[in-house]
Design a protein around this ligand. Structure first.
Ligand SMILES: Cc1cc2nc3c(=O)[nH]c(=O)nc-3n(C[C@H](O)[C@H](O)[C@H](O)COP(=O)(O)OP(=O)(O)OC[C@H]3O[C@@H](n4cnc5c(N)ncnc54)[C@H](O)[C@@H]3O)c2cc1C
Length: 323
């Protein structure tokens, strides 16, 4: 325990989902002393068949993608710890990261802590998550083509989701789940124009086979056949570590970052779904790469200023031949 807190890492990455893994690979390859700390709750685990990630034409499960990313970071000597971080103190150059199991120190910290998509308030619907219950039209619309789709929500956003899903199926219903419809007149008129029916009763049960939805039951014991359900209840951003350090968050709860993905706290960076970036795996991985390159540059510039640039101690080819 003491050994870890006394070792000042160049970079600590908190969260090893898509963004953190990608940052770990880049920082390892930049020969930085990097530690990844993760609580193993990446949202990617919930997706059994990722179809929109470049390079996997047959698809890949989210778990397998994480496992491959983990192995790739090890190849470049990134260190790993399984821990839940509870607090960060300090400032650029000397951050102290307090975990449930141990404490850690680093000159720079990258937050890649992700978000939590709020599931709909319907009993047992979580059994269908990633199989027939989805949060993201852009990730999952393609796989529900021609199916009977219910969109749960009562806002303009929900109405637009239902309208957007018409691109994939003509059988789309909007379910307010017993809530008062809050979409405006413009959205109401679009729903009418495109013939989207609205189901206003509370949903009391979902019927599914091994996660594959077959129907919804609403108050009054009425059943409706459906194959897929999308929800628009929103997201909880895992931002408290940043906020406690004084970093700015936007009105939705995303951590604010600049083009280098630095937060408003110098030396503290954020990448992936915890920022306002579109919450997709490939975007999170891209952001992890950008943040890692910014951190590497930041450390490099600091070394130049302080006249302590690291110089590789490998034998040169010339020396290797002679020895
Ligand atoms: C059901 C479902 C299906 C999806 N399907 C797709 C899809 O098909 N295609 C697609 O592109 N996207 C999909 N997504 C979205 C995708 O999972 C996210 O875009 C991606 O995981 C975001 O990566 P991230 O690194 O930002 O966050 P995550 O992958 O969620 O990783 C965050 C990591 O931070 C860790 N963490 C958080 N707080 C702490 C802490 N305090 N201490 C230590 N560790 C911490 C967590 O344990 C987690 O491992 C899906 C999401 C869900 C829920």
């Amino acid at each position: 325990m003491r050994e870890e807190v006394e070792r000042i890492r160049e970079v600590i990455v908190i969260g090893a989902g898509l963004a953190g893994l990608s940052a770990g690979i880049y920082l390892g390859r930049a020969r930085r002393d990097v530690l990844l700390i993760d609580a193993h709750r990446s949202m990617a685990r919930w997706e059994p068949d990722v179809q929109n990630y470049l390079g996997f034409p047959e698809g890949i499960s989210g778990k397998e993608l994480l496992e491959r990313g983990h192995r790739q970071t090890l190849r470049y000597d990134a260190d790993w710890v399984e821990d839940e971080i509870e607090k960060i103190n300090g400032e650029k150059g000397s951050f102290r990261v307090q975990g449930h199991k141990d404490s850690y120190s680093a000159k720079r910290v990258l937050l890649a802590t992700g978000i939590f998509h709020i599931p709909p308030n319907i009993p047992c619907v979580r059994d269908c998550m990633g199989i027939s219950m989805f949060f993201c039209k852009d990730c999952d619309g393609y796989r529900v083509q021609g199916k009977r789709i219910a969109v749960v929500g009562n806002t303009n956003e929900a109405a637009e989701y239902a309208l957007g899903l018409l691109m994939y199926s003509s059988l789309v219903v909007l379910a307010t789940n017993g809530e008062r419809a809050r979409w405006d007149e413009q959205h109401e008129s679009w729903l009418c124009e495109y013939g989207i029916s609205v189901l206003r009763q509370k949903i009391t049960e979902v019927h599914h086979r091994e996660g594959n939805l077959v129907g919804l039951e609403v108050e009054g014991k009425k059943s409706f056949a459906i194959d897929a359900l999308f929800t628009t209840r929103g997201d909880l951003f895992n931002k408290s570590l940043a906020q406690e350090l004084g970093a700015k968050v936007d009105s939705q709860g995303a951590i604010c970052v600049d083009e280098q993905l630095q937060t408003s706290v110098p030396g503290l960076y954020a990448a992936g779904c915890v920022t306002a970036a579109n919450c997709q795996m490939i975007v999170a991985a891209g952001q992890g790469a950008i943040a890692a390159q910014s951190i590497n540059r930041d450390l490099f510039e600091e070394s130049l200023k302080n006249h302590n640039l690291s110089i590789a101690d490998f034998p040169t080819e010339q020396h290797a031949k002679q020895s």
